[in-house]
Design a protein around this ligand. Sequence first.
Ligand code: NIG
Ligand code: FE
Length: 429
Amino acid sequence: MTLGKLQRPQTLLLVNIAQLLTLRSNAAGPRRGKELQQLGIVEQGSVLCVGGKIVSVGPTKDALRDPWIRKNRRNIVEIDCAGKVVLPGFVDSHTHPAFVGPRLVDFEKRIEGASYQQIAAAGGGIRSSLEEVRQATKSELIAKILNALRDMAAHGSTTVEAKSGYGLTVESEMRSLEAIREAADLWPGTVVPTLLGAHVVPKEFEGCSQKYVETVCSEMVPRAARRKLAQFVDVFCDKGAFTPRETEQIFEAARTHGLSLRAHMGQLSETALGPFLRLHPASFDHLDHVSDADVSQLAQHETVATLVPGANYFLGLKEYPNARRLIDAGVAVALATDYNPGTSPTVSMAMAMSLACTQMKMSPAEAISAATINGAWALRLAERKGSIEPGKDADSAVFAVKDYREIPYWFGANLCAITVLNGAIASSN
Ligand code: NIG
Ligand code: FE
């Protein structure tokens, strides 16, 4: 499915919705425990959007009786959602779209039995994507990113976090962030840019990672902040990437420059999270490896645990993050694609949800909350995103299924028929 039409915000009325998942709640923070099960379903529902905002939500019969709607009906674009499910647009809170090509050699090597670390040590992995990005012009990067964003919208995502991280020189990281911004300007959805200068230590700095960390702290972070090119700073804190001490340094620099924090944590090995929690990161992502003590601590914080099962799937791992243990302990869990060329080349939040259900034993309802409202919390956008409530941004996805459980059930298929991004419609027909 490609996006056939992109329009400006319109006055939109979605009617006859078989199941409208509003995700409304009075919760003051991200969803935890049983709250993840509550989808706020309205049957035979309707949603009115004006000027890119949701204005009213309720039963279709009430909407059709509403005097304002009756008076203005001729100027309203009405979408009949009979037999369909409507939910908040997915908030994909972890993606790496600023790359050029796929990594097919790594793909084959892994099939033959090489591990992520072995591939990286042999010159594959993240480092092997750098040259192409350093050589790419900004327009080439914009085209790649915009393609990915359009594809994501076609799969129901309306808000996307987008990281740099495949240039790893001051100049190419800034160019990646500029390309993210320019692609975002051409896309009707919402993009949250993140500087991931600390993705891996590039070859030129091999054996002197501290020097590279200083470049990140004293050049990349200040420039990205000054030019408002990033809202977050991310660090890949793990074996073969950055140490906890280096991560703390980068986090301190980010805070000094007013940028918020998120990190790849516990993907390959365990790192103690306690010392970082005092810096209030918005999210820790992956968390395949996390101690009981840290799970209890996380449950006391607003820091979201963002699980990205697409990476486990694509790396052919037998183990997945232990979502049940996190949810049952009261940790706020989100789901994201981790779209990237090395570990998770998918734009499909429905696929991430399907993996969450089958491999991590999350219920379909939990997966939907994790892919919408908790993703919004992970990006500190919950006031505007993640649920269908009056006053929020007009972001929603219309799925050609009767029951929301079908979204993760029909894995590998894209059943998203229409996406509404800030009141603009993107559809294939
Ligand atoms: O989230 N772990 C670090 N970053 C990515 C992998 C990026 C890559 O391999 O290109 C991840 O899995
Ligand atoms: Fe990632």
